[in-house]
Ligand binder design. Structure first.
Ligand code: SD4
Length: 317
């Protein structure tokens, strides 16, 4: 029997996100698309390191947002490198529904959002984000990219970098890119992904999170995949699309995520020790799974109001 409705999301910060999505999904006519948008909105409203206007800024101190959304009919939309708009996922949905395009970026995305009635707002850097940015500035300002990577890797290991949440040693996890997948009562799948991206990124840098096929993919015949982590690595293998294709070949969601992770690690196993990618997948039957490059990735599964549970993903290393 198909297990539905269900919503799964990246990280333990998925608990309130899934809860917001479940408000929609618990209704027999609730649509997965509305559920994932509402879930993403929930965390875009909160101040945290990695989603929305309170997220870690780029290396010029500005928060730039990436998001995308995909429904059960292969409709999709995204925004990238967008500033000053609180709900990038809702702008992504407008791109999907009200334009002939899939992806709008930068000023164009913001201009479109304003036309659609979204309010222009200032960045809301948390003290943590501001301190993290100040620390980063001291060491890494405008060094060549390789050095920046090194700094980031060192910071990651200390649990202080842009991808710190996966690396904390005390077993606690924080917020990070929010990506979620839902299956509704009608058996339809949708997904959403929203982020402020890698902290202290170069200005103009876009990660996997707004890229359909990399950060998110939904095929209503098969299943859906999304994820979190070092976006460049996910783009390189067209991660989310790859996982969906493995599921089409009959792999379970976890096996499919694992195969994509192995593909990633194989490119450069030594380098892979120093970055995190965590993938989550949900198939048409409501079966779910996840897999990560390094330990520390968790995801949240909710099948009814209030029953969200946090699951530790297996990892390559
Ligand atoms: C990015 N994938 O911008 C995002 C960041 C992320 O956990 O997921 N962090 O590359």
């Amino acid at each position: 029997a198909v297990k539905k409705p269900i919503v799964i999301s990246t990280w333990d910060s998925g608990i309130p996100v899934n809860e917001a999505a479940m408000e929609i999904l618990k209704n027999p006519t609730g649509r997965a698309l509305d559920a994932v948008e509402k879930g993403a909105n929930n965390i875009e409203d909160a101040i945290n390191c990695c989603v929305g206007l309170g997220g870690n800024p780029d290396r010029e101190g500005k928060v730039t947002l990436d998001a995308c959304i995909m429904d059960e009919k292969m409709n999709c939309g995204g925004v990238a490198f967008m500033e000053n708009i609180k709900h990038p996922i809702s702008v992504a949905r407008k791109v999907m529904e009200d334009t002939p395009h899939v992806l709008l970026v930068g000023d164009g995305a913001r201009q479109f959002a304003i036309e659609k009635g979204f309010k222009v707002e200032e960045d809301k850097l948390s003290t943590d984000a501001e301190n993290a940015y100040k620390n980063w500035l001291q060491k890494s300002e405008y060094k060549p990219v390789k050095n920046i990577e090194l700094e980031q890797n060192k910071a990651m290991q200390k649990g202080k970098g842009p991808f710190a949440p996966q690396m904390l040693e005390n077993g606690e996890f924080n917020h990070d890119t929010m990506a979620l997948l839902a299956l509704d009562h009608s058996g339809n799948l949708s997904g959403a992904c929203t982020t402020s991206g890698m902290g202290f990124k170069m200005r103009g840098r876009v990660g996997d999170s707004p890229i359909i096929g990399a950060g998110l993919y939904v095929d209503n015949e098969v299943g859906a995949c999304t994820g979190s982590g070092q976006g460049e690595e996910v783009i390189r293998i067209a991660g989310a699309a790859m996982v969906v294709e493995f599921m089409r070949q009959g792999k379970s969601p976890e096996a499919a995520c694992k195969m994509a992770v192995e593909r990633l690690v194989k490119i450069n196993p030594k380098k892979a020790k120093d970055f995190q990618v965590g993938l989550i997948a949900l198939n048409k039957n409501g079966e779910y799974g996840a897999y990560a490059v390094n330990p520390g990735f968790v995801f949240t599964v909710t099948t009814a109001p209030g029953n969200g549970k946090i699951i530790k993903a297996k990892s390559h290393f």
